[in-house]
Design a protein around this ligand. Structure first.
Ligand SMILES: Nc1ncnc2c1ncn2[C@@H]1O[C@H](COP(=O)(O)OP(=O)(O)OP(=O)(O)O)[C@@H](O)[C@H]1O
Length: 240
């Protein structure tokens, strides 16, 4: 059984349709990256999966007992508040000290447990958010643009850690990313979203398929084209 199955998902904000007819299933241990233009519904899809947004149609079926860890796009607290990493890890629910230390170690930031949030670099803060999402030992790790604002080495090393965590724990990963060249290298599957699922496949297959190359070119150009590609079908995102 899949960890999670999405069937015919439809999401509207104040009647405006943002996602429609989204079908997707996620298996154990898969790394899936969602790409797509700004406003194409990527964050909405993740937020619907975690239950923060209510769908207006379709359904999401969780495997019984599924544990999800979520790394949000934005930090849920004011970083200027005086607070150590250890204290932040205990929000909103206190976790055993050993679990906090283990999660920080898994995210490769064990040494900053006593540091103030305000003193952390962007890369360290992302690792702390990752550690927080690992606290409940998730079967599915969901990350919304986790490398936003990081430089290229920081981005590459973050994805390497994600791959290592998948290898160590067997968790599946569903993430949104704009770092297309890294996405192509680090994902098992890439999903291009633009209100609905436009393409879904293995990155090497998508990038090397003759039809794809004919349309979008190859290499990074191809990756960029995947992101920006012209659709031959219509996207009617207006409310019906
Ligand atoms: N809470 C909300 N209320 C109303 N409209 C919303 C809400 N959240 C998102 N939207 C709108 O829904 C659409 C999809 O937004 P979403 O954040 O899911 O896109 P995205 O693909 O993640 O974009 P980006 O790449 O810019 O992060 C946008 O037009 C956005 O303005």
């Amino acid at each position: 059984m899949s960890l999670l199955t999405i069937e015919g998902l439809d999401v509207r904000y104040d009647g405006r349709r943002v996602l429609h007819d989204v079908d997707l299933s996620i298996d154990s241990g898969e790394i899936i990256t969602v790409v797509g233009p700004n406003g194409s519904g990527k964050s909405t899809l993740l937020r619907t999966v975690i239950g923060a947004v209510r769908p207006s149609g379709g359904r999401i079926i969780h495997r019984p007992g599924l544990r999800i860890g979520y790394v949000p796009q934005k930090l849920p607290v004011d970083r200027s508040l005086p607070m150590t990493v250890r204290r932040f890890m205990a929000l909103p629910d206190a976790a055993p000290k050993a679990a906090v230390e283990a999660a920080l170690a898994r995210a490769d930031v064990a040494e900053i447990a006593s540091s103030q949030l305000a003193t952390l670099s962007g890369g360290q803060m992302q690792r702390v958010l990752l550690a927080r999402a690992l606290l409940n030992d998730p079967h599915l790790l969901i990350l919304d643009e986790p490398t936003q604002g990081l430089d290229q080495p920081g981005t590459a090393s973050f994805y390497q850690r994600i791959a290592a965590i998948r290898a160590e724990t067997g968790c599946a990963v569903l993430m949104v990313s704009h770092d297309l060249h890294v996405v192509m290298a680090a994902s098992d599957r890439v999903i291009c979203l633009n209100g609905h699922v436009c393409c879904d496949g293995r990155p090497e297959y998508v990038a090397s398929a003759p039809a794809y190359r004919a349309l979008f070119g190859s290499g990074t150009q191809g990756a960029l084209a995947l992101y920006r590609h012209e659709h031959t079908h219509r996207h009617d995102e207006a409310a019906e």
